[in-house]
Write a protein that binds this ligand. Structure first.
Ligand code: UDP
Length: 196
């Protein structure tokens, strides 16, 4: 794939439509680098290694979009998590096999997002949600409970809104245990946006 290297990150130079199609064909883990990620990637070795485990790194930043122009390798499109997520569920709304689990946001917020999305797409596309308590990522029993819940939901897409780098670390640490998930989206505050 055509990529543009900014500092130590290779950013994929593809359009949102191309990404949606590729995800439908072969799935994958999507991260959305912005300036904040880039700064953290210079000093957090674990985050850097986690980033190497993603399949797609798309440009979620106007600054990086313009930086790529200064480097003479213009990134085609800015693809923010908050645009990508609604584009994803709209694109696959008639694909009955595509079902979503929402992980993250405050208690009740993900459930509200679930209701709204399901009413927009006209089916039970978001099959379950969970808003984990503060510090949950250090509790292995709690993480295993979340893995079990996601597996029981039979969802094929996991959208994680826990903020960076927590969401990226959680996805890469647990993805091998998530049997049905084909698409992993790290979407920051998008669950809040969807809840309205
Ligand atoms: N969040 C969460 N659990 C945490 C930390 C954050 O559910 O332990 C949620 C928070 O409620 C919000 C999202 O993660 O919905 C983070 O939003 P932010 O704007 O920080 O995302 P980013 O800027 O990293 O995309």
């Amino acid at each position: 794939m055509n990529t543009v290297k900014i500092l130590n990150v290779n950013i994929d130079n593809l359009s949102q439509d191309e990404l949606l199609q590729k995800l439908g064909q072969r799935g994958g883990v999507v991260f959305t680098p912005n300036v904040d990620h880039l700064v953290n990637l210079q000093r957090d070795e674990e985050f850097y290694q986690i980033y190497q485990n993603s399949d797609y790194r798309v440009c979620d930043s106007q600054v990086l979009y313009y930086a790529s122009r200064l480097l003479g390798q213009p990134i085609r499109e800015k693809i923010s998590g908050s645009d990508l997520f609604p584009a994803f569920y709209t694109h696959y709304k008639n694909c009955e096999n595509t079902t979503i689990f929402l992980l993250g946001a405050a208690e009740g917020v993900a459930a509200r997002a679930q209701e709204k999305i399901n009413s927009i797409v006209g089916r039970n596309m978001v099959v379950d949600t969970y808003s984990p308590p503060y510090g949950f990522e250090k509790d292995e029993v709690e993480c295993q409970r979340i893995v079990d819940r996601i597996n029981q939901s039979k969802a094929t897409v996991l959208a994680v809104g826990l903020g960076a780098p927590k969401q990226e670390k959680w996805i890469v640490k647990h993805k091998h245990k998530l049997k049905n998930i084909r698409v992993f989206l790290a979407i920051g505050a998008s669950i809040d946006f969807e809840a309205g």
